[in-house]
Write a protein that binds this ligand. Sequence first.
Ligand SMILES: C[S@@+](CC[C@H](N)C(=O)[O-])C[C@H]1O[C@@H](n2cnc3c(N)ncnc32)[C@H](O)[C@@H]1O
Length: 297
Amino acid sequence: MPPFTSYTQLYRGAVETLTQAGIANARNEALWILEDALGITRLQLHANPDTPVNAEVCQRAVDLFQRRALREPLQYVLGTQEFFGLDLLVRPGVLIPRPETELLVEETITLLRADARPVVLDVGTGSGCLAISLAVNLPRAVIIASDKSVAALHLARLNAMRHGVSQRILWVAGDLLSHLLSRNFAGKVTAIIANLPYISHAEWEHLSPDVKDFEPRLALDGGPDGLDVYRRLLNESPGLVSAEGCILMEVGVGQADLLCRDPSLTNVFKIVKVRPDSQGIPRVVCLQRRPVETRNI
Ligand SMILES: C[S@@+](CC[C@H](N)C(=O)[O-])C[C@H]1O[C@@H](n2cnc3c(N)ncnc32)[C@H](O)[C@@H]1O
């Protein structure tokens, strides 16, 4: 790597390094990384191309684009990701929030907007993107965020503090729902919101190196057909969900149908909506608890 001395030289070096590493959007990514490392806008960069860069700043920029050249996701390199209009911290060990997950927030807000005091559980909170967006947009809701990963919960709390809603959320570490039953939430949860791991073993083989080598397997691997964790969730949820309460789940390609026909979706719940994403993939499955008298006993 040659020594860089100006904005332009640094930019050219970044584009070359990222292009050689096979990064498709090398020019834009080089600009985003430089904006971050140099604390300037791309306009300033283009307007003053010969501005000298001191050795320390230069090294910081080079470190960042070398990480990207090793295929580390850009969001980890930059340390942030926007979700539902909120700027969230992201770091290795915790899943980067995806745009399609915003549908889950939209559906939950629509469902609970008129509710006086809904109790919402975000199970598998990761970066906290769902719990925090819901806390911001549903000011009367009581929110519980849980995850098996302590690193995820820690980051989620930092993100909630960043957006002033940390005190509105109850943070709980644990495996799916059983630990919540013993904490006095039995029958009290109005809606469970879940973007749990749903990548099947077949899909795992085809994930891009950016995802497979850097994002946590605990956040992605849903077992042989991808639905292992959701089946467990459905089996554990009747004890927790209130009368006529709901479960909203994000699923992958072909899974909405599979899940809706799965025996784990007992006669306790009915399917009320399946929402497709912008590509037409059925992405959010909404279930509601049936009134007791309509169940087959
Ligand atoms: C697909 S990520 C989603 C994270 C976040 N909700 C989002 O939408 O970006 C799944 C999350 O579920 C957590 N998780 C996986 N298995 C779990 C389990 N059995 N109990 C609780 N959390 C679990 C992972 O640690 C991870 O944070």
